[in-house]
Design a binder for this molecule. Structure first.
Ligand code: HEC
Length: 132
């Protein structure tokens, strides 16, 4: 028979397992190894905009460059950096705080609809890479 204490232990174990299952993000290695996915035709324009305005630092493959961080990284999971942070970064720039690349300057050639397109593309690639 299970006594009260055993029940508690069992419950803690199950909770632990459930948490591991829920918070099991793709590892950095998995993300780095992810191949560049095919981009559906309806995202071609989004991709072009990303490449024009963001890829010089964040990488054509979203894996970063010497000038900026990768978006295929759990730091940029939508739950951590929501879509709003993309609009803010493009409009106002971003203070260096997660990395050692320095500040991101604003990208004044963009506007809300361009950024909305770019975010859609970034989220698509992140999803394909198993980030969320
Ligand atoms: C000249 C280089 C450069 C370009 C171009 C650039 N970024 Fe960045 N971006 C950076 C750097 C460097 C950081 C890292 C700041 C830090 O340390 O957190 C960053 C961070 C960000 C962040 C995270 C902001 C935060 O709140 O932490 C977002 C979102 C972002 N960039 C979006 C974009 C988008 C969208 C574009 C294209 C429109 C773009 N960036 C173009 C260099 C760049």
């Amino acid at each position: 028979m299970l006594n009260k204490r055993d029940n508690k232990r069992l419950f803690a174990l199950m909770l632990g397992l459930a948490l591991i299952f829920i918070f099991n993000p793709a590892s950095a290695e998995q993300l780095a190894a992810a191949k560049s996915p095919e981009v559906p035709a309806n995202l071609n324009l989004n991709k072009m905009l990303y490449e024009k305005f963001c890829a010089s630092c964040h990488g054509v493959d979203l894996k970063g460059t010497k000038k900026g961080p990768p978006f295929l990284h759990r730091v940029y999971h939508p739950g951590h950096h929501g879509d709003g942070s993309f609009f803010r970064a493009a409009k106002n720039g971003a203070r260096a705080h997660h990395w050692k690349f320095g500040d991101m300057k604003p990208v004044p050639e963009t506007n809300d609809s361009i950024i909305a397109s770019i975010v859609k593309y970034v989220r698509y690639i992140q999803k394909q890479a198993g980030l969320f």
